[in-house]
Every structure is written in structure tokens, then in C-alpha cells.
Design a protein around this ligand. Structure first.
Ligand code: PAF
Length: 304
């Protein structure tokens, strides 16, 4: 069925599994989507295998240079370290009142130079998706996605206007404390990812191996100290318990930073433990465990 005449057209910056997942669900509800990526490709036929459904969708990939249309709605799903450069590459195509949703790890959303009437939102998700091959996308785990306003203009507008435009197949929750949610995800990533790289292990081993578990507990204490100085709230006081829950739920996962290293890709470590160490420095707090892990990951990564 062709897209409904007045349905929104979402542009997606970042052609990874999560961006493609949103694209598939938007198409299922007859919204048009265009993926902006570093490589141009004509329309491709893909299949989504999801927990409750299975359907075909098409993906049109353009480079930023090939874009001609004005962008009214933009979803950014790049890696954190690519976010600002990718945004700058399509800035000139964004309408003055564009809606921009940034769905990624870290806090790069706060660095985007948006215009006064552009609405900026951030989102964080526990959805799991991966490409089984270049034609098959798998929505492996139905997670929860929290989404909320970042800039003043987004904060003024009612949630419904945005929520009606988002994929209804996803479990989406609008929240006004999105910064707090981003910090929770950041803290979990700071605790799990680099330690997983150090021990080259799946998430579950971080809690099942007593020696690694003690290191994780100490690391969580250091992260909690920074969160306390920022007055981020009581959730961070029991960080190890929260991290242990995630490590248990994802015990079979190889975390994304270790996956990046194994695939010779640039990691997000500067946006994770690197960001935490920078904040700690600005507060004159010492974070030697995070600093050592940051250096260890950088030493094992391709050029950042
Ligand atoms: O980065 C990751 O891999 C994930 O965010 C998480 C939650 C640590 C699970 O592997």
C-alpha cells in the first residue's frame, strides 16, 4: 500500500539494525522512510523477523550529498562518536521546525547545534536487533524504549503530537526525565562494556566469576560516586544491583564495545567511560578504575 498522503516521512541517519528496525515498523504503518548512510544503494527488499510477526519491507539508502528533500522528521541512530559529524552533514536539509529524535548510547545529543524551533528528543532502548544476513533483520528481543524532550521547544509541546508519529509496534514510553534515563544507560554501559573487553567475556561472566565480580562492584562504586556528585538520584546508589540484573538478563551477549573491537570498528568508549572521566575531572573527582579501563579499550581499538 502506498504511504498515506499526510503521513510523516521519516529520515533515518544511521543504517544499522536499530535504525532499520524503526524503518520497517514505520513502513508497516504506511509511513515513508529514507535511510541516510555513507553508501548509496537503490531500493532493497528486506525481511523483518520479529517476535510476533514477519514481513517484507524496502529500504532506500541515500548519502547526505544525494539528499534533495527537506527533512521534517529525523531519527538519528548512528554510534555516539559519529553523531555530531553525521548531523552536520545533513543540517542544511533540516526544516526550521524539524523533529529530531536521537536514539543512541551516551550524551552526544547534548552537543547537537539545533535551531531555536527545531524539536530535539532523546531516546534509549533495550530492544535487541541484528542483521542475520544482508536481507534479513531480526528483532530478537522486544525491549522498552524511553523517549523525552531535550530542548526547550520540545518541552513545550504535548507528547501526543510526537507519539502518534512513532512506530506503534515498539514499546515506547514518553518521559520528562529522559536525561536521567540516559544517565542510567550510560552508567550500565560504563560498568559492563569495558570490563567485558578486559576479560574478553560475555556479560554473564562479569557476575558469575568472583574475581571479575569484585572488580565490577568496585567499578560501580566509582560510577555511583560521580552520579552522587551530580545528584542524579537514589537509583545510582544501588548501581551494582542494577548492573547485575542487566548482566543476568543479557548473560549470553557479547557487549557492543567488545563486538566493535572484534570487528575492527571504532568503539563508543570515549562517549562512555571517557565521558564519565571528563565529568569526574570537572568535579575534581578521581576515577582511576574508569580511566584504566578507558585506556585499555583505547589501546585495543583501531584509531579513534
Ligand atoms: O552495549 C551493550 O552491549 C548493551 O547496552 C548492554 C546492555 C551492555 C548489553 O550487552
Amino acid at each position: 500500500m502506498p504511504p498515506a498522503q499526510h503521513s510523516p516521512h521519516w529520515h533515518i541517519l544511521g543504517a544499522g539494525a536499530i535504525g532499520s528496525l524503526w524503518s520497517a515498523y514505520w513502513q508497516q504503518q504506511h509511513f515513508a522512510t529514507t535511510v541516510i548512510s555513507r553508501r548509496h544503494s537503490g531500493p532493497r527488499q528486506l525481511e523483518l523477523i520479529a517476535p510476533q510477526s514477519r514481513f517484507a519491507f524496502s529500504q532506500q539508502q541515500l548519502t547526505a550529498v544525494d539528499l534533495e528533500q527537506e527533512i521534517q522528521q529525523l531519527l538519528i541512530t548512528t554510534k555516539a562518536h559519529q553523531c555530531l559529524a553525521a548531523f552536520n552533514s545533513i543540517q542544511h536539509r533540516l526544516s526550521d521546525d524539524a523533529v529530531i529524535v536521537v536514539l543512541q548510547n551516551g550524551m552526544a545529543v547534548n552537543t547537537l547545534p539545533t535551531r531555536a524551533q527545531q524539536r530535539l528528543y532523546a531516546a534509549t532502548t533495550t530492544d535487541g536487533a541484528h542483521f542475520k544476513n544482508d536481507k534479513t533483520l531480526v528483532h530478537a528481543g522486544q525491549g522498552e524504549t524511553y523517549l523525552g524532550p531535550i530542548n526547550a521547544y520540545a518541552k513545550q509541546l504535548p507528547a501526543d503530537a510526537l507519539m502518534q508519529q512513532l512506530p506503534s509496534a515498539l514499546h515506547l514510553h514518553y518521559c520528562l526525565d529522559i536525561e536521567q534515563r540516559l544517565w542510567r544507560k550510560l552508567a550500565i554501559n560504563c560498568a559492563i562494556n569495558a570490563l567485558g573487553v578486559k576479560y574478553q567475556c560475555r556479560n554473564g561472566e562479569l557476575i558469575s566469576n568472583a574475581a571479575i565480580r569484585q572488580e565490577l562492584i568496585d567499578l560501580c562504586q566509582e560510577i555511583s560516586m560521580v552520579a552522587a556528585a551530580l545528584e542524579l538520584g537514589p537509583w545510582f546508589d544501588n548501581l551494582y544491583q542494577e548492573v547485575a540484573k542487566v548482566a543476568q538478563l543479557t548473560h549470553n551477549n557479547i557487549n557492543s564495545t567488545l563486538q566493535d573491537i572484534n570487528q575492527g570498528k571504532t568503539t563508543e568508549i570515549i562517549a562512555l567511560n571517557g565521558y564519565l572521566c571528563d565529568i569526574a575531572k570537572s568535579l575534581q573527582l578521581a576515577t582511576p578504575l574508569n580511566q584504566a579501563l578507558l585506556e585499555l579499550v583505547l589501546a585495543n581499538s583501531p584509531a579513534q
